[in-house]
Design a protein around this ligand. Structure first.
Ligand SMILES: Nc1ncnc2c1ncn2[C@@H]1O[C@H](COP(=O)(O)OP(=O)(O)OP(=O)(O)O)[C@@H](O)[C@H]1O
Length: 251
């Protein structure tokens, strides 16, 4: 199995605070990996480093074997590394379907104004394919009933699913999900679990809901004070005394 994401000896310091200290782990292609740890453990900083929003003081990030440590966040996203945020980022003035369509169009390839004017057959075929993909992704995320609703009017749980649909729209290589269940009700959480289980995309997720993490993840990395204190299958991590002490306070 090849490695989709690799974090190698990554360190980040904010003044005297070591947010990440020599963090190393890998996520094999197609696997779902959870990152857990108490508040301030460094989870958000790790996501910022992997997605390219923050340069590490030391270490490397590889995506599909390529060293992307010095590649911008936008170029990483264009290459198929997608991220959702703790605070949802959707276009409130667009409908749910419009949001998903916009996520497919931002990469370009539509042919631009000239192609629009000429109404090229290729462009029409492309639009039809995109329309079909929008429908597919909305159905996958349980949003078909909200297709024409404006994103701004939606409750937070539905907005989160719109963000997920946007991230999935053009079949990303890898997905980083930041607290994906926060704001979701039980039915939406169950749907999210199904969506993640059905993906063949590599997923790295930060999540506080332990039941969810244990359920959906193939492997889990545990951070505490910027260090990896354990990693392994959910069962291994659950049984690890260091994890119980640091994270669950039951050591
Ligand atoms: N921009 C910043 N400036 C200074 N310190 C920061 C900054 N961002 C994070 N830190 C510190 O780095 C450490 C790791 O923070 P980070 O937000 O990555 O943790 P986290 O695991 O995501 O926490 P939470 O679960 O609360 O979101 C914390 O001690 C935090 O206070």
């Amino acid at each position: 199995m090849s490695t989709a994401l690799a974090v190698e000896g990554v360190s980040v310091a904010f003044g005297g605070v070591r947010a990440l200290a020599d963090v190393t782990f890998e996520v094999p292609e197609g696997q779902v990996c959870g990152v857990i740890g108490p508040n301030g453990a460094g989870k958000t900083t790790l996501f910022d480093v992997i997605s390219g929003l923050r340069r590490p003081g030391a270490g490397r990030v590889r995506v599909a074997g390529e060293d992307v440590t010095h590649v911008s966040a936008v170029r990483r996203a264009r290459a198929g590394l997608r991220r959702t945020f703790q605070r949802t980022q959707v276009f409130g003035r667009l409908t749910v379907a419009g949001n998903v369509l916009a996520a497919m169009e931002w990469r370009g390839g539509g042919g631009g104004l000239l192609a629009d004017l000429a109404g090229l057959p290729g462009r029409r075929a492309l639009e039809r394919r995109r329309g079909e993909r929008v429908d597919e992704v909305l159905a996958l995320c349980g949003l078909d009933g909200l297709r024409d609703a404006y994103a701004a009017a939606l409750p937070v749980g539905a907005r989160r699913l719109v963000e997920l649909a946007r991230a999935l729209a053009d079949r990303p290589y890898a997905l980083l999900l930041d607290e994906p269940t926060s704001g979701l009700d039980a039915a939406q959480t169950a749907r999210l679990r199904e969506v993640i289980a059905g993906l063949d995309t590599t997923v790295l997720l930060v999540e506080h809901d332990m039941g969810f993490v244990m359920d959906v993840c193939d492997r889990i990395v545990v951070l505490d004070l910027g260090r990896v204190i354990a990693s392994g299958t959910p069962a291994e991590v659950r049984a690890d005394p260091a994890v119980r002490a640091a994270y669950l306070g039951t050591g």
